[in-house]
Write a protein that binds this ligand. Structure first.
Ligand SMILES: C[S@@+](CC[C@H](N)C(=O)[O-])C[C@H]1O[C@@H](n2cnc3c(N)ncnc32)[C@H](O)[C@@H]1O
Length: 478
């Protein structure tokens, strides 16, 4: 009766208008919000115009970083990648021989025929829906059964791969990118069965060059990394002017990985004094970062898991000027909870900078998605708006709503509307903590109201937010 007990305790607090219990491996997190129409912190704050100018400057830096590339060539190249991925999925499915007869097959039978590990079943379901949407498979009306697969023969598939390879080289993409894409495609049955891992393909013999090509050297990533770096360098200048340059800029980078974004940010910061905390959930990246950035003054490394309570990992509220998370926050099991926790780590006028893919690329369905499945022993996967939907990425609009609900004032998303790279879906989404309105509940008071509950029932932590977004999970609001 955990939910009922919490509801009863919260009913004593008139300032709590909505709440949600978010389950997690270390106990539940309680998100609490005041009345929806409560006076919010002022969104027309003086910083808004300055931030809009900063965003324009960041876009100019992004453009300068890809100067010389014919951006009009990118959408057709992405379509070629998508089409090759569709052919890859169709070939893998064809090899099950299920589609050699005209009978429809339930998705579960297809998943089983591939020997798919349960944690990767969602990927096969996504293949089925994607191939159907693209006219390469037929779905029986009102059922989860599929038939009539159109798969390429060996020659057609080889031709498609050659065409893609040549097109990528024409765009100056590193050869390692297509090599990785094809190596993953060739191992898909084994990858789906968890008999090999994508990490082995992405980091052969522990080398990071392939991953660097993926996150840093392609045109949309280069644009986004330079735009993000420009926002952070601008923030350093603003804070130095405000504080007479007395303190280093305190940056927390989450999920820094191979450091593709880190490198661009550090280079944009130049000689600015920094206290730059390079973090990741995996020790492997902390070690490669030490080797790569070795002597950079002010750079430290630490483990940090965005799905765990930051204070339990040694992080102090209000201790960072900037938080950067490039291509990582979609790994949050509950984006609202992760954003609320990050907001608390920032100083009141701090800056959150996210780089996120807001559009699905089919090539991810045959490669990177293998890294995003739940762990084999993970009880649940996403518990936010993505619950039960077989998807990982949020759209731009969803990020904007999530930031707003978690108590951030969002800056205009980059690249701006009408930019040639906008449709490719790699975006910089930034925000600043919104000052609490009069009615944002006090987390300490909420925690005290719950203190009498037995430990097994009491939420492990409380975050205040500006709105609780309803989801299909165990959340409740009143
Ligand atoms: C797609 S890579 C991005 C790497 C880097 N930010 C970049 O853009 O160059 C995702 C990174 O997030 C890390 N990651 C995954 N889950 C995480 C979590 N729960 N907490 C922190 N980092 C996580 C991975 O280890 C990996 O380094």
């Amino acid at each position: 009766m955990r939910v009922a007990d919490v509801a009863e305790a919260l009913s004593e607090l008139p300032e709590v208008a909505a709440w949600q219990l978010v389950p997690g491996s270390e106990g539940d997190t309680l998100l609490v919000a005041g009345p929806a129409d409560a006076e919010r912190g002022d969104d027309r704050a003086t910083g808004t115009v300055r931030d809009e100018q900063a965003v324009l400057g960041a876009a100019a830096s992004g453009d300068a970083a890809v100067n010389g590339n014919d951006l009009a060539q990118l959408p057709p190249l992405m379509r070629l990648l998508d089409e090759t991925a569709l052919l890859t999925m169709a070939r893998v499915l064809d090899r099950t021989r299920l589609f050699r007869d005209p009978a429809p097959h339930p998705a579960a039978e297809i998943v089983a025929a591939l020997g798919t590990a349960p944690r990767h079943a969602w990927i096969v379901r996504r293949w089925l829906r994607t191939l159907t949407a693209e006219g390469r498979l037929a779905q029986d009306p009102d059922s989860d059964c599929y038939r009539d697969l159109t798969a390429p023969d060996r020659a057609e598939y080889a031709r498609a791969r050659r065409t893609l390879d040549e097109a990528c080289r024409g765009m100056g993409y590193p050869e390692s990118m297509t090599r990785f894409f094809f190596a993953a495609a060739d191992r898909l049955p084994l990858l789906l069965q968890d008999r090999t891992s994508l990490q082995e393909v992405l980091f052969p013999q522990g080398e990071t060059a392939t991953a660097e090509g993926n996150y840093r050297d392609n045109v949309p990533s280069r644009w986004a990394n330079h735009a993000a770096a420009d926002l952070i360098a601008g923030e350093a200048l603003r804070r130095a002017a405000q504080e007479n340059g007395n303190r280093p800029l305190r940056v927390l980078e989450a999920g820094a990985g191979v450091g593709g974004t880190t490198e661009t940010v550090l280079s944009a910061l130049g000689a600015t004094p920094v206290d730059y905390l390079f973090t990741d959930v995996s020790r492997f990246f902390l070690q490669t970062s030490r080797t790569r950035f070795g002597t950079r003054q002010g750079l430290r490394q630490a483990l940090f898991d965005i799905n765990r309570d930051p204070s339990a990992q040694g992080f102090t509220p209000g201790s960072h000027d900037v938080i950067l998370a490039a291509n990582v926050l979609h790994n949050a099991r509950h984006v609202g909870r992760a954003l609320a926790a990050l907001r608390e780590l920032l100083v009141p006028d701090g800056l959150l900078v996210l780089v996120e893919s807001c559009r699905e690329h089919y090539q991810a369905l045959t490669s990177m998605y293998l890294l995003m499945s739940p762990q084999a022993d993970e009880e649940r996967w996403f518990t936010d708006l993505r619950a039960g939907q077989d998807r990982v990425f949020l759209t731009e609009g969803e990020w904007a709503r999530q930031l707003d609900a978690a108590g951030f004032r969002a800056l205009p998303v980059l690249p701006p509307d009408g930019h040639p790279l906008t449709a490719l879906g790699q975006h910089v989404v930034a925000g600043r903590p919104r000052p609490a309105g009069h009615d944002r509940p006090d987390p300490g008071r909420v925690a005290r109201a719950l203190a009498h509950l037995p430990e097994t029932v009491r939420p492990a932590r409380v975050h205040t937010v500006d709105r609780v977004l309803s989801t299909t999970t165990s959340g409740a609001s009143r």
